[in-house]
Ligand binder design. Sequence first.
Ligand code: PLP
Length: 653
Amino acid sequence: MVLANPTGTWTADDGAALYGLDRWGEPYFRVGAHGQVMVHPRGERGGSLDLVELVKELQGRDLSLPLLIRFDDILEDRLERLNTAFERAIAQYGYAGRYQGVFPVKCNQQRHVVEQLVETGRRWHFGLEAGSKAELLIALSLLDDPEALLICNGYKDQRYIETAILARRLGRRPVVVIEQPDEVERIIAASSELGAAPYIGIRAKLSSRSTGRWGSSVGERAKFGLSIPDVLASVEALRAAGLLEDLRLLHFHIGSQINDIAVLKDALQEAGQIYGELTRLGAPMGYLDVGGGLGIDYDGSSTASAASTNYSLQNYANDVVATVGECCEPHGVPVPTLVSESGRAIASHFSVLVFDVLGAGALPGAVPPTADDEPLILRNLRDTLAAVERTGADAGDPADPVSCEPLQEAWNDALKFKEDALAAFRLGYLSLPQRASAEQLTWACCQAIASRLEALPLGTPIPEELQALAAALAGTYYANLSVFRSAPDTWAIDQLFPVMPIHRLDEKPSRLGSFADLTCDSDGKLARFIDRGQAKPLLELHPLREGEPYWIGLFLGGAYQEVMGNLHNLFGTTNAVHIRLADDGRYSVKHVVRGDTNAEVLQAMEHNPDQLLERLRIASEAAISRGSLAISDARRLMAHLRASLAQTTYLEG
Ligand SMILES: *Cc1c(COP(=O)(O)O)cnc(C)c1O
């Protein structure tokens, strides 16, 4: 049900609380005095931007919605927070080693993003992790800090391994992580071929199980990593080949978005013991790479539920540092440099997707005028409506509060009469206009009941059947976006992102709704929303206003969504911009990345736009000769086609 706020007036803070902005948004997104979302790209360090004004000004630069706005300051801030958290933990626990993280490129391979991270990360010698040859090429080329680690994961053929070995000679610091047993032989072969070795790491399959979606990323059946017998066999093979000297790193990764910190602790203990054993076997070691998995609190509930975490960034760093220290120090094992491959935790916050609503499905709720010879079914519906309206008459009396019973009865009646009306229509007893009246009267009953429920005192228990009424009244908001392109995880793995209007937060939302996207696919929708550790199917939304845009933001989607997004229905990438806060409180647009044009998505499918146009030109010539198309219309048709090819794939408002 729409939030009951029977007393006081609705304020912008109520809006922020309703959408959880005051929980998941901290410290980057807050509500402004006029009910708009404010972005604080530097967190608590000051400076803010009005997101609505920003979108208006970007539109003025001919950047149409949907628009991906990347705040480079937030990216920097995340990296800084991660490093600071480890520095604090290291100081607090007196850990004798350091932290030196890497960014997994697969999380967001966009050039400006990787370049920004390399640039910002320089002061901590922050590195990159690559999982394929193409990612290796990005990492090798962009990461020019000789002390930063370049972790090479993923399946590796001979060329991948040789590339990594030669990169060491370039002055880079690549670590080839053995993820499959047969990679050991390939590393040995490549090293003898080139007369040089890479730094070598081993990824271990841990028995500690993660919960949640990625739980199966660990354990004996995991896709990657070596079982303990394979770890031992690899160590002996490296020793025999004279390469044990180069074994420097132990790696594990227990899956993305670890919700429960207890799982991480188990894994850390297990890995800490394996690390100690490897040093005792004679490997020099030096690095323990705890993988990714550092989670994001998407719904702000701070729980171990799927869209949240029951720990903070600082808790995470503390546990890594303390647990590894406890595993090593008592056994006289020198503590390793700690490496993490946090992707989601670095890249989620900095990008905001803003899309516009093209329209909303309206319910046919107006009461039709009474006709002279109305059939019984329609008269029944009118009586039901009148009964509901009478219920409201004494609603103001606190001594005799409205009970839900008559409302529930009316709702059941309305549904029954609507069914009767449909049956009568099928049998030919009701005309089409009469059926339309029956539908309108049913919705009018619904709305009348809903408005009485809203007036109930806070905390009045509402029967389940009547709760379903809210869903029946919910509207579909048509969104200028493709979820397959811009938020594929919502479709593929039921990922929740905070989604909310970026303005009108000081206005009580009076409707419930969900979003349907532009694709011709019934899965193309946003119909699961954050709800404090759970998910809800409908979001509180505002009625659309004539001639005014309604802008929705999808937040925390900076990781994985862009590259996983696809061309379903040939909707291409959206326009994207990189924004920097300037010291005078203004901002600068650092990069503009134009979205795919229709011509580009056609080419991606091997079509030739010129040829397509030419065929249509020939067809219009034929139509002109037949006399079925005027020359001026042919010209207009060709002009539309040409203009569309040069434009983005989305609607232009
Ligand atoms: C995907 C992946 C990561 C990144 O995980 P996040 O949950 O985004 O931090 C790190 N390491 C490996 C090996 C991965 O496959």
